[in-house]
Design a protein. Structure first.
Length: 146
């Protein structure tokens, strides 16, 4: 910190020319204010730099995720085609039936995942927190809705 030692402090007051504590105190407050401004500036600059780095990281992660999703879709299509060919080669079903069977199985899995996501989505609204903030009247109304 830049607070001065007693040897460094001015001898005379700014207003009266006599030795005084007011000049020392004002100078210390001024130095402290300058340091506080500098420290605040440094913290804001650090936060801005970290926000910029976090934004770049997020963009690269999203791009990598999209590329990975495209690759996984290709893998899934390949697996489903192999399953359809296996059904056809085993003479269990014809070509059209095998494709329809694989498509139907994928649709069932997609519907199950949709149901799972929808059942979990109500927790995104922080229901217990909202209920506690509403108080007793709000929780009574919520219980009547259920």
């Amino acid at each position: 910190m830049a607070i001065r030692t007693p040897e460094e402090k001015p001898v005379h007051s700014v207003t009266s020319g006599k030795p005084g504590i007011h000049a020392d105190l004002l100078e210390d407050v001024r130095l402290l204010w300058q340091e506080l401004r500098g420290l605040t500036h440094d913290h804001i600059k650090l936060a801005a730099l970290e926000t910029k780095r976090a934004g770049k990281s997020l963009v690269s992660m999203v791009v990598a995720g999209v590329v990975m999703a495209v690759l996984l879709i290709g893998v899934w299509i390949g697996l489903m085609a192999a399953a359809a060919l296996a059904l056809i080669e085993s003479n269990m079903v014809g070509g059209t039936e095998a494709v329809l069977l694989i498509t139907g199985a994928n649709l069932v899995v997609a519907l199950l995942l949709f149901w799972f996501i929808r059942s979990r989505s109500r927790y995104l609204l922080f229901p217990e927190t909202v209920r506690s903030l509403r108080g007793k009247e709000g929780s009574h109304e919520d219980r009547q809705k259920q």
